[in-house]
Write a protein that binds this ligand. Structure first.
Ligand SMILES: O=C(O)[C@@H](CO)OP(=O)(O)O
Length: 257
């Protein structure tokens, strides 16, 4: 049988520091009201697409986005955050009903999916930094592939841990036919998209992701087929269904009636 799986990528909705135009990186800032709405809107757009597993970064803005998006899902499964940080945490969060467990979606949080660590730029205003160091320098820090900001991570360094995590933990799930949603960040997702779309280090420079826009891939025969373009959020192809997805949608319709 030829397995097929859906992969949804979502950059978190607007955070309080996106709103203030501050470099955020690994600082754990929550969503704004607008970010909350973006996450709900994103959830509506993916509400007919199966989700068996959710991966988020360790940061609250990605976790809020994933949870808010799932409130809109038609299947109404319950996303449950797994706690494996200690044996006790794992044992204290066990579920003792298989029936209940079937109605849950495991949510795995991983620091490897965190935003690129922005070093000494974290907390600085993007415009003021450009005024001080020059537009070119700041653009190089923000968008070059291999030049890190002072004491921070370059996109290349961020890709090393984010893509390694994707390959080790997420890819095997997709290959096994599990439908996965990843809620993460501008740069950790840019590096994953670079891997999925086989972009060169030149091409990834101009890849920009909007907050709260879901991107859909179909995974088939170890290939990633992009169905919704990050550059064109309203592109109808986001809603294009494969036979399997159409069947899933039909099942959802039947459940309601
Ligand atoms: O501040 C950050 O952490 C990121 C994402 O918001 O900024 P940039 O657009 O420079 O990648």
């Amino acid at each position: 049988m030829c397995r097929e799986a859906a992969l949804i990528l979502i950059r978190h909705g607007e955070s309080l520091w996106n709103e203030k135009n501050l470099f955020t990186g690994c600082v754990d800032v929550p969503l704004t009201r607008k970010g909350v709405e973006e996450a709900i809107e994103a959830g509506k757009r993916i509400s007919n697409i199966p989700v068996d597993m959710i991966y988020t970064s360790a940061l609250i803005r990605a976790q809020m986005t994933a949870m808010l998006a799932m409130t809109q899902h038609r299947r109404k499964k319950v996303p449950i955050v797994l706690h494996k940080e200690s044996e006790q945490a794992e044992s204290w969060s066990q579920i003792f009903s298989q029936e209940t467990e079937k109605q849950c979606i495991p949510v795995v949080t991983a620091w490897q999916l965190n935003e690129r660590m922005y070093g000494e730029l974290q907390g600085l205003n993007k415009q003021e930094t450009a005024d001080k160091y020059g537009k070119e320098q700041v653009h190089e820090w923000r968008r070059s592939y291999d030049i890190p900001p002072p004491n921070g991570e370059s996109l290349e360094m961020c890709a090393e841990r984010a893509v390694a995590y994707f390959k080790e933990h997420i890819e095997p799930q997709l290959q096994a036919g599990k439908n996965v949603m990843i809620a993460a960040h501008g740069n950790s997702l840019r590096s994953i998209i670079m891997y999925l779309d086989k972009l060169t280090s030149q091409e990834v420079i101009s890849l920009e992701l909007s907050t709260g826009i879901p991107m859909l891939y179909i995974v088939k025969e170890e290939k990633y087929i992009r169905r919704g373009s990050p550059a064109a959020p309203s592109e109808p192809s986001v809603y294009a269904y494969t036979k399997n997805l159409a069947r899933y949608r039909q099942k959802l319709d039947e459940m309601v009636h």
